[in-house]
Design a protein around this ligand. Structure first.
Ligand code: FES
Length: 104
């Protein structure tokens, strides 16, 4: 599976996120100095979680306020019921890389 560049470490502040134009879109979050990558689309609707609210190591959907664990993708509060896919993240110098599955 290929690693793609998401951003540089300095491009994301704590509590910020960006959306990668992958299929499906992936959101990259920075929380407490760590980086996380998950599917960007909320499992309850079509809301972008990169537009949500980061609080510690969780993100709250901007539409109906479901929350997800940034480390595991698990649902922490409804109305979402399905977890998010998570992706591996690594640093290469000051570059943030995300492992994206090959398109099928
Ligand atoms: S679309 Fe995210 S909670 Fe409804």
């Amino acid at each position: 599976m290929p690693w793609i560049r998401a951003c540089s470490v300095d491009e994301l502040d704590d509590g910020d996120a960006l959306q990668l134009p992958t299929v499906p879109p992936v959101a990259v979050f920075r929380a407490d100095g760590e980086f996380f990558a998950l599917n960007d689309t909320c499992t309850h609707g079509q809301s972008s979680l990169a537009d949500g609210y980061v609080d510690g190591d969780r993100v709250e959907c901007a539409w109906h306020f479901a929350t997800f664990d940034l480390r595991t993708g698990a649902v922490l509060s409804p109305p979402a019921t399905k977890p998010l896919c998570t992706y591996q993240v690594k640093l290469d110098g000051d570059e943030v890389l995300v492992e994206i599955p090959d398109p099928r």
